[in-house]
Design a protein around this ligand. Structure first.
Ligand code: UD1
Length: 419
């Protein structure tokens, strides 16, 4: 298994090009199931997760080709409407094929995604939304068996709490349903808007994406389209926090200011200058230690749970005590014990981590546990004295395109060690 070695203590200076958003790309790729015409996605990140979803979609009959950051997906015929356990368990987002398979085929069988390192992550809201659209659902032998013999019909869905995946799943299923669907308490993340924009260019009728109420009027068919994936706000936040922690001056090329306002607010408090600049966002952190700053994760536009681990790494070397509260996932502090192995002082109390900043972290051998946790260890490694080795980097490869190259281009001493 590959590992990443970092020798800390170098500031970051230069430009980081921000890739297309992984979380958006995965749902956009699934839209190929809804049309027999080609769908072209540009600014497509090349990641383990997008490669993996390619394999699953090919299993359904999709023809997929890639040229740099341009991907073409074409599903002239659906050859299969079953997603087996082996293909779903590796990546939870693949569960979102269920609704589109049902919409195109009238029936589908998709394995339940199974456990996940950051908590139980059930799919009950996904299934309730599909039932509200007329799907008949049975659970058998770890599979969801869904039928809509006369097609899906519009319905009213009120989510009891915000779920990004369930909102996207409901949209993907409702665009071809007969009649009108309303989603209340819908997620408002930029990835939802991106999905709605892409489906709209395919001929779908969607109002209100980006607000808590979304209305979808079903159409008979969707056509092909060309769509650029939205820049990755989580990758943006991650590099912003890397610069904040290691010090330096970096332009995050193509980053979208309004997609990370909660982070800019907190970074401002910590003493980092984040400003809109020609071509992206410029981050400057040149005044010594950061000021300790609290965060609480919330659905968008609140502070993203996917940037919590990275923010914690920054706070490990801040001046003072910060409280980090995680309200979205119940088991999302797995990076804390690894950061502590590098000398961080963190007190875990339920869904709160109390971080007392130290002057220096020390390089150590640490282990990646999930995607965002592992990149927090990279950030800690950039500022730690000596050498940090991060194992199980396949977690990083799932979601960060060209991580070592992007950091090395800004002056980090980082390399991948192949084993
Ligand atoms: C997506 C993102 C993930 C991010 C998360 C929250 C993708 C591929 N992943 O995950 O990176 O951390 O949004 O911003 O886009 N829940 C239920 N029942 C359900 C669905 C969700 O109880 O049917 C719970 C989850 O366990 C969690 C909360 O709802 O506690 C929010 O999860 P959700 O927004 O659905 O996250 P994902 O879409 O899985």
């Amino acid at each position: 298994m590959d590992s990443i070695k970092i020798r800390g203590g170098h500031g970051l200076n230069g430009t980081v090009p921000i890739s297309g958003a992984k979380n958006s790309a995965l749902k956009l790729m699934v839209a190929t199931i809804l049309t027999d015409e080609p769908l072209v996605l540009t600014r497509m990140p090349d990641l383990a997760d997008t490669r993996f979803l390619t394999t699953l979609l090919q299993h359904f009959g999709a023809e997929i080709s890639r040229d740099g950051n341009r991907m073409q997906l074409h599903t002239p015929r659906l050859e299969n409407a079953e997603a087996p356990y082996d293909l779903v368990r590796k990546m939870r987002a693949s569960f979102n094929v269920l609704g589109p398979l049902l919409a195109r085929n009238g029936e589908a069988r998709v394995s339940l995604p199974g456990g996940c390192a950051i908590g139980a992550r059930p799919v009950d809201l996904h299934l309730k939304a599909l039932e509200a659209l007329g799907a008949e659902i049975e659970l058998a032998e770890g599979y969801v068996e869904a039928k809509a013999p006369k097609g899906l019909t519009g319905g009213a869905v009120t989510f009891p709490f915000v779920s990004v995946g369930a909102t996207e799943h409901a949209i993907l299923a409702a665009v071809l349903a007969k009649g009108e669907t309303t989603l209340e308490n819908a997620a408002r993340e930029p990835e939802i808007v991106d999905l709605a924009d892409c489906l709209t260019s395919m001929g779908a009728r969607i109002e209100g994406a980006g607000s808590a109420t979304i209305t979808i009027t079903g159409v008979d068919r969707l056509n092909g389209a060309t769509h650029a994936v939205v820049p990755d706000r989580i990758e943006t936040g991650t590099y912003a926090l890397a610069v904040a922690t290691a010090g330096g001056d970096v332009l995050l090329e193509d980053a979208v200011w309004k997609h990370n306002e909660a982070l800019w607010d907190r970074l401002g408090h910590a003493g980092v200058i984040a400003a809109w600049a020609e071509g992206g966002i410029r981050i400057r952190s040149e005044n010594g230690r950061l000021a300790a700053t609290d965060i609480e994760t919330r659905p968008y536009p609140g502070f993203p749970t996917d940037e919590q681990a990275q923010f914690m790494a920054a706070m490990c070397v801040a001046d003072g005590r910060s409280v980090i509260r995680e309200t979205i996932f119940e088991n999302r502090f797995m990076h804390a014990p690894e950061l502590m192995r590098m000398g961080a002082q963190i007190d875990l109390r339920g869904n709160e981590a109390i971080v007392t900043g130290v002057e220096t972290l020390r390089g150590a051998q640490v282990m990646a546990t999930d995607l965002r946790a592992s990149v927090s260890l990279v950030i800690a490694g950039l500022v730690a004295a000596g050498e940090t080795t991060i194992g199980r980097v396949y977690h990083l490869d799932r979601g960060f395109e060209g991580l070592e190259a992007k950091l090395a281009a800004c002056g980090a001493d980082i390399e991948r060690v192949k084993e």
